[in-house]
Ligand binder design. Sequence first.
Ligand code: 13P
Length: 253
Amino acid sequence: MRIPIIAGNWKMNTTLAEAIKLVSEMRDELDAIANVDKVICPPFISLAAVGELIKGSSISLGAQNLYFEEKGAYTGEISPLMLAELGEFVIVGHSERRQYFNETGDIVNKKIRAALKVGLKPILCIGEKPAENEAGRTKVVLAEQLSLSLADIDLAGSLIIAYEPIWAIGTGRAASGKEANETIEFIRQNISQLYNKEIAQRVRILYGGSVNATNANEFIQQPEIDGALIGGASLKPEQFLSITRQASEISRL
Ligand code: 13P
């Protein structure tokens, strides 16, 4: 039985004051929702303050990125050790990082390794570009992303995967539940080949891309989908709470 995860990726939104306001608005209600792991990923500069506000609650904190070295002369970077002190999760290899910051499979691999080493739980994002999808190359692309990202990584620690088709991110054009379920089933088979059946059954795989309170149910109820990674709707308390409640209802069944 895999416990669903609803994770909010706030991306580059919210000032410190806005982050404090946003988390304060949903903290108590979010805390009260059972049977689902709730994760919020604010920008780096708000992690400490948001962490204080959710201390003692059932809400977990995640970062949106990390650097793979632990310390040193890497101006502007944030190390896994710094994050491990503050939160539990870290998003790695988001398509926006791959696209705008030239993150390659090798870099993503190093970041996952660095996160696992300090006990952070990586949320590895994979997903195909619109043209790759149209050309029927989705599975080839995902298999390659998985093998590069996870090369020589021992999965004794906790890994979460988020399947986020790039054509569905921030576009309002989500995949269908059935389509996402099939692709996630393929990802799980791939994990089974790279590792083994037991690990594949344990890894939680989320869907991300234009998930909102109206369509969330379509994804969460699918047998292979273990929750959602949410961008835009995670900045709206009533949306994020509604999605989390829906996941809780399904998980209870
Ligand atoms: P949207 O929910 O805004 O489409 O973003 C999805 C995403 O990229 C989450 O990481």
